[in-house]
Structures are given as C-alpha cells and as structure tokens.
Design a protein around this ligand. Structure first.
Ligand code: PLZ
Length: 450
C-alpha cells in the first residue's frame, strides 16, 4: 500500500465528501450489522471506517470526515500514531500474551512505573493494569473496601463509571445505561454534583452549597465512618462535560481526608493530556488517593489502570487482584508509545491550544444563538449545552438534529448529558488547526439552520 492510502497521520488531512453520508457501501455494511449485531449496541454515525489518522476518519465509500470524537476520547495521539504502530508491530512478532500473573514481562512494569510517576502527588504509589475503564473503577472500589474494611461508596449526580453491575450501579443515568438491568449493587449512595449551569440558586453559590449538601447527606444517610470511597470524575464526561464549580472538589477531598475515606478520581475520560493538563485533577491541585485511567492511555488498544497510594494497594492479599488479559503486552507497548508521543509532541500544550481555539468560537455561538445555553470544558474537552431558547429547559431534540446535520456534512460529533442535550467535542490532540476551524464552521451552520 502506498503512503497516500495507508492510515495514520499520513492520511490527507482534509474533509472530503464523495458520496452522501452514509454512502452506499456503508449502508450495505450497516444492513449487515443490523442482522448480525443486536440493536443494544447503538451507532452514532453509520459510516464504516477503513482508515483513520491525525484529525480525520475515512469511510468505506472514500469519504474523509473531520474527527471531533476520537472514538470517545481515546485516540488523543491520533489513530495509528507512529510510536504506537512501531511498538505494537514489534511486539506482535515477539509474543502476544503470557498472562502477567503467570510469567511477567517488562513493559507492564514500565507502564506502571510511568503512571506512578506522572499521576498527581509525590507519595509512594502502585499501579495495576486491567482491560477497560469500568474494570478499573470496579477494582478501585474493591481496593478501597478491602483497605478500609468499609462498604459504602459515594457517587455523584450525572456521574458515569461504566456498564458492569457495580459500575452501572455507580452510574447516575437510567436510560440507556441502567433501564431494566437491575437489581443494582448495594451500598452505593448518590449525592449532588456542583453543576453551575443548573444550580438552583445560581453558579456563584454552587460549589459551597453542593458540597454542603453532599457532606450532609453522607453524614446523615450513611455515616462518614461507613464510607469506603468517594468516586468522582473531575469533569463529568458522559453526564455532559460538567466542570464542577471551583472549590467543590477540594471541599469533597478535604472531607474525605478528615474521615478516612478513599478519594477516587475517575480520570478515564479526562486523563492523558485531554484537558490541557496530564490529568484534570491538577487544575485544582487535587491529589487523589486512587486514580483510574483508560481510554487515552493506549491509543485504542484495550488498557486501563488503577494507580494509588502504596499503602492502599498493598493492603490487598496476594492474588486478590488480576485478570487474564490485564496489561496485555500489545496494549502495554501501545501505552508506552502514547506516553512518548504526548511528551515528544507536547500534547498537553496542544490540548490547551485546542481549547484556546475552540472556546472563544463556542462562546460566540452562545452569544448569537439562544439555543446554546452553556459553553464549558477545558482544553480539548469542550461542550455546548442546548436549551429551549429563552429558558434553561434541556433541548435534546436540538442536540440530535444539530449532530445529524454535522454528520451529514462530514463532521464526527458526539452527544452527551443526563438530558441528552449536550454536544461534546473531543478532537484528537494532533488534529491540524484548519480542521478545527472547518469543523466549527460546520457546527455553526448546523446550529444556524436547525
Ligand atoms: N469512567 C469517566 O467516561 C467510559 C462510555 C461509552 P469503559 N465512557 C464512555 C459507552 O457508552 O459505553 C467511561 C468514562 C468514565 C468509566 C468509563 C467506562 O470505561 O472502558 O467503557 O469500560
């Protein structure tokens, strides 16, 4: 295959529509998908991908779409990033699996050493590797329960932590994640999140009042001494890119410290340079006791991690943690390639720059179109919340319609939000600036004509 037709960053960085979206070939494949795969596995945009890299996704009909989704915040270094490809290619020819718990290998240990070094806090840490974000969060809870001898887990409104029984129980939203999938895991308690745009008494009171309510509920309904862990996303992802009002996270952390509660930061979506910092916790100087990571960690190979205070992770008995595939050698090589790429290409700064490009234009949209109620996010994790003009009433129909128009024009955007009324933007951090510009122009036209 010539360079022009191979994937990765060598793909032409352009939007190119040669058929309608989806084109005939994608429609044919989608029909097959519908007979082979259950509808429970949904589809945001039914184009079938053949190549991807930089800031574009190419489909089976030869269309090249601008990528504002990164496979849900995963391909931050871009698809088929050179360091990832080289390392995985080399590794696949050496060995593909031994199971780290049976006969270990160095790359797993290196990934853990790196995560121990780059996650917030200079205390002694340990890391272990698993396969998915949900598995990481589930294991963080196991560790916290084991280490504290307590059972209760506190989570927040609008939180998302996964689809397994425990993490689905930790997740706030019923439809589509929990509906008819109960009963849920016990000892999970939900408290308010400091959601500035929707705080009843206004954003200025949000941090303090939300923290006070959360703490009051914990004290009254559970008893702080019964709480093993508080699990929180530093920016709520699936819930709608809700940046908690400043001061809320530090207050919750302080309460945890004062009561021997393990503070778990779920950075599955926010981690690895996405928000313009290596980890979103850094923004308010939060040092979590345990941090869960996945998604951006390995450029799309399935990998996730639990990193935390040595005394917590070391508390678990030998053999108490693990899994067949956790820290698979291909995924570990990919993670090392991702970390090299973030460093070499200074993707933390790139993410900030993407925010500087996008946020002013999103704010301008809010000024111009009353359907845009709120603009928020940090770095390359930004969103707009759509409302019924003149109110704060959620407008999921507008979000769906605008997303659809963007898709038809060759821009991959994702929706989010408890009310389904948020459009979120998660471009690969290596996306060229002209594609950001073009993508935002498409978005504006879609809002204008919806
Ligand atoms: N924690 C903060 O964002 C995954 C979900 C996609 P897994 N978010 C994308 C979907 O609809 O299933 C996520 C997250 C946070 C945990 C998870 C779970 O990560 O790798 O999907 O298990």
């Amino acid at each position: 295959m010539s360079t022009a037709t191979s994937g990765g960053p060598s793909l032409p960085q352009e939007r190119r529509l040669v058929t309608e979206i989806p084109g005939p070939r994608s429609r044919e494949l989608f029909a097959r998908k519908q007979s082979a795969v259950p509808p429970g596995i949904g589809t945001t945009l039914p184009v079938f991908v053949t190549q991807a890299g930089g800031g574009v996704v190419v489909d089976a009909d030869g269309n090249s779409l601008i990528d504002f989704g990164s496979g849900i915040a995963v391909t931050s270094v871009g698809n088929a990033a050179p360091h990832v490809v080289e390392r995985v290619r080399r590794q696949v020819g050496e060995f593909t699996h031994t199971c780290f718990m049976v006969t270990p290998y160095e790359s797993y240990v290196r990934v853990c050493e790196k995560l121990n070094a780059i996650t917030p806090g200079d205390h002694e840490k340990r890391t272990f590797l698993v396969n998915s974000g949900a598995e990481a969060v589930e294991n963080a809870v196991k560790v916290a329960r084991h280490a504290t001898g307590r059972q209760a887990v506190v989570v927040f409104d609008h939180g998302y932590h996964g689809r397994t029984l425990l993490t689905m129980s930790l997740t706030a939203k019923n439809m589509p994640y929990k509906h008819r999938f109960g009963p849920f895991a016990p000892e999970v308690y939900r408290v308010p999140l400091a959601y500035p745009f929707r705080w009843p008494t206004g954003p200025e009171n949000c941090a303090e009042e939300a923290a006070a309510q959360a703490i009051d509920m914990i004290n009254k309904q559970i008893g702080a001494e019964n709480v093993a862990a508080v699990v929180i996303e530093p920016i709520a992802g699936e819930g709608g890119f809700i940046v908690p009002a400043r001061g809320f996270l530090p207050r919750v952390l302080e309460f945890c410290r004062a009561n021997g509660i393990v503070f778990v930061a779920d950075e599955v979506q926010t981690g690895f340079a996405r928000t313009g910092a290596m980890f979103a916790c850094e923004d308010e100087g939060i040092v979590p006791d345990i941090i869960t990571t996945a998604k951006g960690i390995a450029g799309g190979l399935p990998l996730a991690a639990v990193t935390g205070r040595a005394e917590l992770l070391d508390a678990v008995h030998v053999g108490g943690l693990g899994g067949t595939y956790g820290g698979n050698p291909l995924a570990c090589e990919a993670a090392l390639g991702v970390l090299e790429t973030i460093e070499e290409e200074d993707l933390v700064a790139r993410a900030s720059r993407i925010g500087e490009l996008m946020l002013p234009r999103l704010h301008a949209l809010r000024e111009r179109y009353p359907v845009v109620g709120d603009v928020r996010g940090r770095g390359a994790m930004t969103a707009i919340e759509l409302v019924v003009p003149g109110t704060r009433e959620p407008n999921p129909a507008a979000a769906a319609e605008i997303a659809k128009r963007c898709h038809a024009e060759g821009l991959v955007v994702l929706t989010a939000g408890t009310y389904g009324n948020v459009l979120r933007f998660l471009p690969p951090l290596v996306i060229p600036e002209h594609l950001i510009d073009e993508g935002l122009t498409i978005l504006e036209k879609a809002i204008e004509s919806h």
